[in-house]
Design a binder for this molecule. Structure first.
Ligand code: G4P
Length: 534
């Protein structure tokens, strides 16, 4: 493990005010609605409702894909920036598909924290748990937002218990709901001793905030009906006895999550959550590279590509590589070293994603996400630096677990199909293998839904109907080793050999037995289920 030096100086103000995070949740918990309110309070959109289309479309898969087609950036971009209080927030979008998606996992390598949204009636759901586990692998600090408190929800203690037990993390209430469902009137802010009263008449209006001196303040009775107040006092007394108090260090280390109770659709609890990320949330964190740890305050610019999105503008076949800046102060026009190709790259038209628009980024700091339009040079995992040869680690690569053969509906369009597949391989949306013998391509993914997503995108972006058919193979292994040994192996196993989109050699089989045999008979060869991103 790399150690961060203890005696680091305070971060430059511009870096220290950045908060780069993602939202994780199970579909329908309210991620879109919460995002929308963030953007509203961040001044990035004028009124709520603009993001809705996405949430609705998401529910029907085909609509979502159509929407992806004319992804004219806007809120469907992969990263959005906005200001709130003295902070600059960079919200990185996690894809909405409910299936396992590599993209989602990679996204989480680009952020310093995550907000976990749960539905107050449903608690911790399957997708939330999966994503939480990924965050835990990276020790990401997590803030929890328990949404939909305006509906019948579970008992507050029950919700907290479920999170603690299900996810094995300490939960510290940052706010405590007063009533629920129809009787939900607001929350008690435990971190600032404030009463937040919800305005049911206007969904976009922020709660009225009343400072009080504590639970004995007579002002409480002016705003909270007697019965609810008695219950609140009881519950808070119990909570203070049974639940841990918020400990910032434990939160930053990923052992404790503060929880806010609110209602995104009613804008309730959202600003408190934003202040929570701002005031307690992590500053841009050091990033790991194979050679050393990169500190955000280093004066030289470094960054890594965590996502490539193609066809963002259907009129231009451009790609945008999303780069998380790991260190330094970036200025437009800078020449950076593209470490993989060892070539300099003038970054003259980087983009910052402000919710409604994409804007040319004149400058950016460690922690920011910038988009770099390119023609395919930039790939997931690539490093950009001011000259140092760095290899960022921690961007996961996944073993393709499902293989299918793909064919163009029109055999004359095989070339088009190849082009489309190569693009998706570069985006990291699928692994693409061209068998040494025979025609067609084999596509490898980690979740079955990815085949549908691919088929739809190929049809939409390339006007090319395709068919996926089951393949005779079920496993893929990248083969490396001394050149002569690899060549000999390839020649003796032609029927099982394919090349991936980089031309690297892959062995395909349906039998684990084959793999075991090769490992035994060819000690000089290495068979890997995943391929390094670089
Ligand atoms: P997602 O991105 O996590 O999938 O969730 P999304 O925000 O799209 O919200 C899912 C549904 O939950 C939507 O309802 C949304 O309006 C509703 N919702 C979000 N926050 C709250 C809340 O605080 N309280 C209540 N009661 N509902 C909330 P829908 O019926 O699917 O869409 P719509 O008809 O309301 O637009």
């Amino acid at each position: 493990m790399l150690e961060t030096p203890m005696n680091r100086p305070a971060l430059p103000t511009e870096i220290a005010r950045r908060r780069t995070f993602a939202i994780i949740s199970h579909p329908d918990a309210g991620k879109t609605t919460l995002t929308e309110k963030f953007l509203l309070f961040g001044g990035a959109i004028q009124m709520a409702g603009q993001v809705r289309a996405k949430g609705e479309a998401r529910r029907t898969r085909s609509d979502f894909m159509k929407l992806e087609q004319d992804r004219g950036i806007s809120v469907s971009a992969s990263a959005m920036s906005f200001d709130f209080d003295k902070y600059r927030f960079n919200l990185v979008d996690t894809p909405g598909h409910s299936d396992f998606s590599e993209d989602t996992y990679r996204t989480l390598t680009a952020v310093d924290a995550a907000i976990m949204v749960i539905d107050g009636a449903k608690g911790v759901e399957s997708q939330t748990r999966k994503l939480f586990e990924v965050c835990r692998l990276r020790d990401l600090p997590i803030l929890t937002f328990c949404n939909k408190m305006d509906r019948e929800s579970r008992d507050t203690f029950e919700i907290i218990d479920e999170i603690q037990e299900n996810l094995a993390i300490d939960v510290a209430p940052a706010s405590w709901p007063i009533g629920m469902g129809r009787d939900f009137i607001g929350a008690y802010d435990l971190l600032h001793d404030r009463l937040e009263i919800m305005d049911r008449a206007d969904r976009n209006k922020v709660a009225e905030s009343i400072a009080i001196t504590g639970l004995d303040d007579p002002k409480l009775a002016e705003h909270v009906p007697a019965e609810q107040l008695a219950k609140l006092r009881d519950e808070l007394e119990m909570a203070r006895e049974l639940l841990p108090a918020f400990d910032r260090q434990a939160f930053l280390e990923g052992h404790m999550t503060p929880i806010w109770f609110g209602s995104a659709i009613n804008s309730f609890g959202v600003k408190e959550l934003m202040r929570g990320i701002g005031d307690y949330g992590p500053e841009p964190q050091p990033q790991k590279a194979a050679e050393r740890e990169i500190l955000p305050e280093e004066s030289k610019v470094t960054g890594f590509v965590f996502k490539v999105q193609a066809n963002m503008d259907p009129k231009h076949r451009d790609r945008v590589a999303f780069v998380r800046l790991a260190s330094g102060h970036f200025a437009r026009g800078m020449k950076l070293l593209h470490v993989r190709s060892k070539k300099p790259m003038a970054v003259s038209n980087p983009v910052l994603f402000l919710a409604a628009d994409r804007e040319l980024a004149e400058e950016a700091w460690a922690g920011d996400i910038i988009g770099i339009p390119n023609h395919g040079q930039l790939r997931i995992g690539d490093a950009l630096t001011e000259g140092e040869a760095l290899r960022f680690t921690g961007i996961p690569s996944f073993a393709p677990e499902l293989l299918q053969t793909v064919r163009a509906g029109d055999p004359m369009k095989a070339k088009h199909l190849e082009k489309a597949l190569m693009q998706f391989a570069e985006e990291g949306a699928a692994k693409v293998f061209k068998p040494a013998i025979g025609s067609g391509f084999i596509v490898g993914v980690v979740g079955a839904l990815q085949f549908d997503v691919l088929a739809s995108r190929i049809e939409i972006e390339y006007s090319l109907p395709v068919r996926f058919e089951s393949s005779q193979f079920t496993s893929a292994r990248w083969v490396t080793g001394p050149k002569a040994d690899v060549e000999k192996f390839v020649n003796a196993n032609k029927g099982h050999i394919a090349n991936d989109h980089d031309g690297d050699i892959v062995y395909l089989t349906r039998l684990q037995w084959d793999i075991d045999r090769i490992i035994r008979d060819h000690p000089s060869l290495k068979l890997s289920a995943t391929k390094e991103m670089m």
